[in-house]
Design a binder for this molecule. Structure first.
Ligand SMILES: Cc1cc2nc3c(=O)[nH]c(=O)nc-3n(C[C@H](O)[C@H](O)[C@H](O)COP(=O)(O)OP(=O)(O)OC[C@H]3O[C@@H](n4cnc5c(N)ncnc54)[C@H](O)[C@@H]3O)c2cc1C
Ligand code: SF4
Length: 444
């Protein structure tokens, strides 16, 4: 039956179970045993691989000696979102991949889970390890309350500067609140982290105000001593094929936002679902739709498995959740009847010498009630205005290694600038920018 889309395909109880924690939290005994496996390497490769430069052997040693609060302070002093990152970082490609314990015989130290253990310990006890320096009398505007903006604001506040964050949505947190998979960010973790960041003082958030609509970059440059831009990705890519606008065809990021904000039992889910894309967003939507009760979820990617943006671990998560991954096929047509989706037609691809997919002319059709597009997000620079605009490079705001843009009083970071699109790299960009802004405010 085409158009078989309904909410409550599973009982609320079953949905709750399906969306429970991806990793069971470590117990105290497990954390102590795991920390004892660390060799406390000199010039530790794990720290080298951490985008926020956390002293990993340092914090693990503190857990091993029973100083769990101290461990959390070591983490948070480099990465204020160390708790979220302990849950969502692709550690299998970063710190844990290079851990010297990661051999054929042994598994790496579970750094992400230890990080989460230590930061949970601190949060549960309501400890605030940071104190603001005396008021500097300087005022900084931050645009966007995602990981980049919040990280920048926190470091600036600790330096004693006064920060106002301008955020277009009703709630701060960026993709931590609206994008990360619900089974990675349980309950109110994102909001709890924002509250912890604001608790240091000196940060005021103005929500429901959008750059380019409610205020202009020029206004902020006149009113503030410096500006940080952390807009993230504010546009999604399209397939550019017929019927893309019908109801059952969704942008994955928009639907993921609903998964994060709505009662899960009320979300409309198809019986047979197709997802197009090969990155983590594609995996996240596919897994979550399966957890909501779709009978079949087929993820189709135009290149090979090795070329997928999703890590091997994320691909495994998809497969263990029953998502079928098909590669080397690109969408050709969306079939519909009476404005209802019936099927998606694909063309097989061959990969050329430069790794690019080329259609072979051979096609196949997948019956589908619902289709999710997860083919990438991008920066729409329109909100930056047209008067004096930071220079762009390859569609993102261009920055130097200090996250400084081409404008003397404007910095930028996170997904709207070049680099890996991860929570941890956005946090690092915000931190580096704050250090550079502080230098500029103190020494000109
Ligand atoms: C579905 C999905 C799953 C992901 N999963 C992971 C994961 O598991 N692990 C991981 O490390 N990374 C993951 N990421 C990537 C990660 O979420 C981002 O790299 C990170 O959030 C970037 O932070 P940011 O601050 O640059 O941008 P964002 O988090 O996008 O924050 C930008 C903020 O700016 C605001 N804004 C936008 N336009 C305006 C405007 N005109 N005026 C004012 N405010 C504005 C937005 O509302 C938002 O709050 C995922 C991304 C997606 C989309
Ligand atoms: S590489 Fe592994 S063993 Fe060495 S310090 Fe890091 S976590 Fe410990």
């Amino acid at each position: 039956m085409p158009g078989d889309i309904q909410s409550g395909r599973l009982s609320s109880e079953r949905i709750r179970e399906n969306f429970s924690d991806l990793h069971t939290p470590l117990t105290e005994l497990q954390a102590i045993q795991e920390s004892a496996r660390c060799l406390f390497c000199h010039d530790a490769p794990c720290t080298e691989a951490c985008p926020t430069d956390i002293d990993i052997p340092g914090f693990i040693r503190k857990i091993a000696s029973g100083n769990v609060t101290g461990a959390a302070k070591t983490i948070l002093s480099e990465n204020i979102m160390g708790n979220t990152c302990g849950n969502v970082c692709p550690v299998e490609e970063l710190c844990e991949q290079v851990c010297v314990k990661n051999t054929a015989e042994e598994k790496p130290v579970v750094i992400g889970q230890l990080q989460r253990y230590a930061t949970e310990h601190l949060f549960e006890r309501g400890i605030q390890p940071f104190e603001r320096a005396a008021d500097s009398g300087n005022y900084v505007a931050v645009i966007g309350a995602g990981p980049a903006g919040l990280s920048c604001a926190h470091r600036l506040a600790v330096f004693g500067h006064n920060v106002t964050i301008f955020e277009s949505r009703d709630e701060p947190g960026g993709l931590n609140e609206y994008g990360l998979a619900a089974y990675k960010m349980l309950d109110d973790r994102a909001a709890r982290e924002v509250a912890f960041i604001l608790d240091v003082g000196g940060i005021n958030i103005e929500t429901g105000l959008s750059l380019g609509t409610d205020f202009e970059l020029d206004d902020l440059r006149r009113k503030f001593d410096a500006v940080f831009v952390g807009l993230g990705h504010n546009a999604v890519n399209t397939l550019g094929i017929e019927n893309e606008a019908i109801d059952a065809v969704h942008n994955a990021v928009d639907f993921i936002e609903r998964i994060r904000q709505q009662d899960l039992a009320t979300l409309p889910v198809g019986r047979n679902v197709v997802v197009i894309g090969g990155g983590n967003t594609a995996i996240d939507i596919a897994v979550q739709i399966k957890k909501l009760g779709a009978e079949t979820v087929t993820l189709v990617y135009r290149r090979t498995t090795d070329q997928m943006g999703a890590t091997d671990y994320e691909q495994q998560v998809a497969q263990t959740n029953g998502v079928l991954i098909r590669t080397q096929a690109q969408p050709l047509r969306i079939h519909s009847s009476d404005n209802q989706l019936t099927a998606v037609e694909f063309e097989y691809t061959e990969i050329d010498a430069n790794g690019r997919p080329k259609g072979t002319g051979e096609t196949f059709v997948l019956a589908a009630d619902q289709l999710f597009k997860a083919i990438g997000q991008s920066l729409d620079a329109t909100p930056l205005g047209s008067v004096e605009v930071p220079e762009l490079a390859v569609g993102r705001i261009k920055t130097d290694p200090n996250q400084h843009t081409s404008l003397p009083d404007v910095w930028a970071g996170g997904d709207c600038t070049a680099g890996l699109d991860l929570t941890v790299t956005a946090v690092q960009d915000g931190k580096i920018a704050a250090i550079s802004i502080n230098e500029y405010l103190n020494h000109g």
